[in-house]
Write a protein that binds this ligand. Structure first.
Ligand SMILES: [Zn+2]
Length: 209
Protein backbone atom coordinates (compact mmCIF):
# COMPACT_ATOMS: atom_id res chain seq x y z
CA UNK A 1 0.00 0.00 0.00
CA UNK A 2 1.31 3.47 -0.94
CA UNK A 3 0.38 6.01 1.71
CA UNK A 4 0.14 9.78 1.33
CA UNK A 5 1.71 11.57 4.26
CA UNK A 6 -1.58 12.78 5.81
CA UNK A 7 -3.14 9.31 5.48
CA UNK A 8 -0.06 7.72 7.05
CA UNK A 9 -0.08 10.17 9.96
CA UNK A 10 -3.76 9.49 10.64
CA UNK A 11 -3.37 5.71 10.31
CA UNK A 12 -0.52 5.69 12.84
CA UNK A 13 -2.46 7.82 15.33
CA UNK A 14 -5.65 5.75 15.01
CA UNK A 15 -3.72 2.50 15.51
CA UNK A 16 -1.72 3.94 18.41
CA UNK A 17 -4.86 5.03 20.26
CA UNK A 18 -6.50 1.66 19.62
CA UNK A 19 -3.47 -0.28 20.91
CA UNK A 20 -3.14 1.87 24.01
CA UNK A 21 -6.88 1.97 24.73
CA UNK A 22 -7.11 -1.81 24.74
CA UNK A 23 -4.03 -2.33 26.90
CA UNK A 24 -1.95 -3.87 24.13
CA UNK A 25 0.90 -1.61 25.16
CA UNK A 26 1.31 0.65 28.18
CA UNK A 27 3.15 3.64 29.58
CA UNK A 28 5.50 5.10 26.97
CA UNK A 29 6.18 1.76 25.30
CA UNK A 30 5.40 0.71 21.76
CA UNK A 31 6.16 2.34 18.43
CA UNK A 32 4.68 2.34 14.94
CA UNK A 33 5.97 3.30 11.52
CA UNK A 34 4.63 3.74 7.99
CA UNK A 35 6.63 4.08 4.79
CA UNK A 36 5.82 7.19 2.71
CA UNK A 37 7.90 7.11 -0.48
CA UNK A 38 11.60 7.51 0.43
CA UNK A 39 10.76 8.38 4.04
CA UNK A 40 9.33 6.63 7.10
CA UNK A 41 6.98 8.23 9.61
CA UNK A 42 7.61 6.87 13.10
CA UNK A 43 6.37 7.61 16.60
CA UNK A 44 8.63 9.95 18.58
CA UNK A 45 10.79 9.06 21.55
CA UNK A 46 9.20 9.25 24.99
CA UNK A 47 5.65 9.44 23.68
CA UNK A 48 2.57 7.65 24.94
CA UNK A 49 0.59 5.93 22.19
CA UNK A 50 -2.56 6.95 24.07
CA UNK A 51 -2.15 10.70 23.48
CA UNK A 52 -0.29 10.80 20.15
CA UNK A 53 -1.40 13.39 17.55
CA UNK A 54 -0.62 13.46 13.78
CA UNK A 55 1.78 16.41 14.22
CA UNK A 56 3.86 14.56 16.84
CA UNK A 57 5.43 12.09 14.40
CA UNK A 58 9.09 11.91 13.38
CA UNK A 59 10.34 11.59 9.82
CA UNK A 60 13.36 9.36 9.18
CA UNK A 61 14.92 7.94 6.03
CA UNK A 62 15.50 4.25 5.27
CA UNK A 63 18.96 4.41 6.84
CA UNK A 64 17.30 5.54 10.09
CA UNK A 65 18.53 9.16 9.93
CA UNK A 66 16.30 11.77 11.55
CA UNK A 67 14.96 14.09 8.82
CA UNK A 68 12.15 16.13 10.35
CA UNK A 69 9.76 16.43 13.28
CA UNK A 70 10.39 15.34 16.86
CA UNK A 71 13.28 13.02 17.78
CA UNK A 72 12.30 9.48 16.71
CA UNK A 73 11.79 6.53 19.02
CA UNK A 74 15.10 4.99 20.04
CA UNK A 75 13.77 1.81 18.38
CA UNK A 76 13.24 3.60 15.02
CA UNK A 77 16.33 1.86 13.55
CA UNK A 78 14.46 -1.42 13.93
CA UNK A 79 11.55 -0.13 11.85
CA UNK A 80 13.91 1.14 9.13
CA UNK A 81 15.76 -2.20 9.05
CA UNK A 82 12.53 -4.19 8.69
CA UNK A 83 11.10 -1.90 5.99
CA UNK A 84 14.40 -2.13 4.06
CA UNK A 85 14.18 -5.88 4.03
CA UNK A 86 10.43 -6.08 3.26
CA UNK A 87 9.88 -3.80 0.24
CA UNK A 88 6.28 -4.98 -0.25
CA UNK A 89 5.32 -3.94 3.28
CA UNK A 90 4.57 -0.38 4.42
CA UNK A 91 3.83 -0.67 8.15
CA UNK A 92 5.64 -1.93 11.24
CA UNK A 93 4.25 -2.16 14.77
CA UNK A 94 6.20 -2.95 17.93
CA UNK A 95 4.60 -3.23 21.36
CA UNK A 96 5.29 -4.60 24.83
CA UNK A 97 2.07 -6.69 24.81
CA UNK A 98 2.01 -8.84 27.95
CA UNK A 99 1.56 -12.39 26.64
CA UNK A 100 3.98 -11.94 23.77
CA UNK A 101 6.58 -10.57 26.18
CA UNK A 102 5.93 -13.54 28.49
CA UNK A 103 6.60 -16.01 25.66
CA UNK A 104 9.75 -14.07 24.68
CA UNK A 105 11.13 -14.84 28.17
CA UNK A 106 10.69 -18.63 27.93
CA UNK A 107 13.71 -20.91 27.58
CA UNK A 108 14.01 -23.46 24.78
CA UNK A 109 12.03 -21.63 22.09
CA UNK A 110 12.82 -22.45 18.46
CA UNK A 111 14.41 -19.22 17.16
CA UNK A 112 12.95 -19.84 13.69
CA UNK A 113 9.46 -20.79 14.94
CA UNK A 114 8.97 -19.50 18.46
CA UNK A 115 5.19 -20.01 18.74
CA UNK A 116 3.64 -23.17 17.29
CA UNK A 117 0.77 -22.80 14.79
CA UNK A 118 -2.05 -23.55 17.22
CA UNK A 119 -4.77 -22.01 15.05
CA UNK A 120 -5.32 -21.41 11.35
CA UNK A 121 -5.65 -17.63 11.79
CA UNK A 122 -2.26 -17.43 13.40
CA UNK A 123 -0.72 -19.27 10.43
CA UNK A 124 -2.59 -17.00 8.01
CA UNK A 125 -1.95 -13.63 9.63
CA UNK A 126 1.47 -14.13 11.19
CA UNK A 127 3.16 -17.34 10.03
CA UNK A 128 6.41 -18.48 11.62
CA UNK A 129 7.55 -16.09 14.33
CA UNK A 130 11.31 -15.63 14.72
CA UNK A 131 12.91 -15.06 18.11
CA UNK A 132 15.64 -12.40 18.02
CA UNK A 133 18.34 -12.47 20.70
CA UNK A 134 18.21 -10.10 23.64
CA UNK A 135 19.68 -6.62 23.33
CA UNK A 136 19.01 -3.63 25.57
CA UNK A 137 16.20 -1.45 24.16
CA UNK A 138 17.68 0.95 21.62
CA UNK A 139 20.92 -1.07 21.15
CA UNK A 140 21.56 -0.83 17.41
CA UNK A 141 23.49 -4.13 17.49
CA UNK A 142 20.02 -5.63 16.97
CA UNK A 143 19.78 -3.96 13.55
CA UNK A 144 21.65 -6.49 11.35
CA UNK A 145 19.79 -9.41 12.97
CA UNK A 146 16.42 -7.76 12.41
CA UNK A 147 17.22 -6.84 8.82
CA UNK A 148 18.30 -10.39 7.99
CA UNK A 149 15.47 -12.20 9.79
CA UNK A 150 12.68 -9.84 8.66
CA UNK A 151 13.18 -10.92 5.05
CA UNK A 152 11.63 -14.27 5.91
CA UNK A 153 9.43 -13.49 8.91
CA UNK A 154 6.72 -10.85 9.16
CA UNK A 155 6.40 -11.61 12.88
CA UNK A 156 9.27 -11.49 15.35
CA UNK A 157 9.72 -11.61 19.10
CA UNK A 158 12.55 -9.62 20.67
CA UNK A 159 13.74 -11.76 23.58
CA UNK A 160 12.70 -10.38 26.99
CA UNK A 161 11.18 -7.36 25.25
CA UNK A 162 8.21 -7.77 22.89
CA UNK A 163 6.65 -8.47 19.50
CA UNK A 164 7.31 -6.73 16.16
CA UNK A 165 5.22 -7.25 13.02
CA UNK A 166 5.35 -5.91 9.48
CA UNK A 167 2.54 -5.88 6.92
CA UNK A 168 1.35 -4.21 3.75
CA UNK A 169 -0.65 -1.59 5.66
CA UNK A 170 -1.41 -0.51 9.22
CA UNK A 171 -4.68 -2.46 9.44
CA UNK A 172 -2.97 -5.71 8.45
CA UNK A 173 -0.11 -5.03 10.86
CA UNK A 174 -2.68 -4.50 13.65
CA UNK A 175 -4.38 -7.79 12.72
CA UNK A 176 -1.04 -9.60 12.84
CA UNK A 177 0.03 -8.00 16.12
CA UNK A 178 -3.29 -8.87 17.76
CA UNK A 179 -3.25 -12.41 16.40
CA UNK A 180 0.31 -12.85 17.69
CA UNK A 181 -0.67 -11.59 21.15
CA UNK A 182 -3.78 -13.82 21.31
CA UNK A 183 -1.80 -16.84 20.16
CA UNK A 184 0.93 -16.13 22.72
CA UNK A 185 -1.84 -16.22 25.36
CA UNK A 186 -3.22 -19.51 24.00
CA UNK A 187 0.28 -20.96 23.87
CA UNK A 188 0.82 -20.16 27.55
CA UNK A 189 -2.61 -21.58 28.47
CA UNK A 190 -2.06 -24.80 26.52
CA UNK A 191 1.67 -25.38 26.78
CA UNK A 192 1.54 -27.81 29.69
CA UNK A 193 -1.53 -29.64 28.39
CA UNK A 194 -0.05 -31.26 25.35
CA UNK A 195 -2.17 -29.24 22.91
CA UNK A 196 -2.07 -30.29 19.29
CA UNK A 197 -0.84 -27.89 16.61
CA UNK A 198 -1.75 -27.56 12.95
CA UNK A 199 -0.36 -30.12 10.57
CA UNK A 200 2.94 -28.62 9.24
CA UNK A 201 1.80 -28.87 5.62
CA UNK A 202 -1.47 -27.12 6.41
CA UNK A 203 0.42 -24.46 8.43
CA UNK A 204 2.80 -23.72 5.57
CA UNK A 205 -0.06 -23.68 3.05
CA UNK A 206 -1.79 -21.00 5.12
CA UNK A 207 1.38 -19.16 6.10
CA UNK A 208 1.59 -15.39 5.71
CA UNK A 209 5.36 -14.93 6.06
ZN1 LIG B 1 10.30 -1.90 22.85
Amino acid sequence: VRYTEPAARQAIVDAAHSLFGRGLTHGRTGNLSVRVGPFILVTPTGSSLGTLTPDDLSVIDHAGNHIDGQAPSKEAFLHAAILRSRPADSAVIHTHSTYSVAVSCLPDLDPADAIPPITAYFAMRVGQVALLPYYAPGDSALEPHAERIAGEHRGMLLAKHGPVVAAKDVESAMDALEELEQTAKLFLLLRDRGATVLDPIEASRLSAS
